[in-house]
Design a protein around this ligand. Structure first.
Ligand SMILES: Nc1ccn([C@@H]2O[C@H](COP(=O)(O)O)[C@@H](O)[C@H]2O)c(=O)n1
Ligand SMILES: C[C@@]1(CO)OP(=O)(O)OP(=O)(O)OC[C@H]1O
Length: 160
């Protein structure tokens, strides 16, 4: 039995000197507004994985109203979501993420992001794809107002 899920997340730029993407710290002229560390890649991935088993979304499991998640490392969310999936008898097959922003440049960090995500999901980096695109100066990402990410995940029953 295989199951598929998709996720999407956005965070607006705010004051700061770095962004977290795929668990990797990237120096930037701004940060993002968020309750946690604002890692759109990991948030979209969590939603994709939760979506595989119709387990709701990241905000259901890690509510923004809960002070324990203030400034949280989003890798902890991803590891927790992996654990939810494994408890239900599934394993991650592969994931694919697209980051949308004018800046920062993602490509120089894509390999580090793949390795970080692979470690937290218990797969190899060959099972983790990270891509990036501008939106050709169109829309909120095109106006350099924030970062968006979308993700797709495939999981498989471990006894399949
Ligand atoms: N934030 C971004 C956006 C894009 N890239 C890389 O640049 C290539 C060209 O982007 P287009 O939007 O013109 O297609 C793209 O293939 C990405 O590899 C990036 O690294 N960071
Ligand atoms: C991650 C959580 C944690 O409280 O808050 P944010 O960092 O604001 O990120 P969002 O993508 O809005 O997801 C909701 C929350 O689960």
């Amino acid at each position: 039995m295989i199951r598929i899920g998709q996720g999407f997340d956005v965070h607006a730029f705010s004051e700061g000197d770095h962004v977290m993407l795929g668990g990797v710290r990237i120096d930037h002229t701004r940060g993002v507004a968020a309750h946690s560390d604002g890692d759109v890649v990991l948030h979209a991935l969590c939603d994709a994985l939760l979506g595989c088993l119709a387990l709701g979304d990241i905000g259901v499991h890690f509510p923004p109203s809960d002070p324990q998640w203030a400034g949280a490392d989003s890798r902890a969310f991803l590891r927790q979501v992996r654990s939810m999936i494994e408890q239900r008898g599934y394993r991650v097959v592969n994931v694919d993420v697209t980051v949308m922003c004018e800046a920062p440049k993602v490509k120089p960090h894509a390999e580090a992001m793949r390795e970080c995500i692979a470690l937290d999901l218990g797969v190899t980096s060959a099972e983790v794809s990270v891509k990036a695109t501008t939106t050709e100066r169109l829309g909120f990402t095109g106006r350099d107002e924030g970062i968006a990410a979308m993700a797709v995940a495939l999981i498989q029953r471990t006894n399949a």
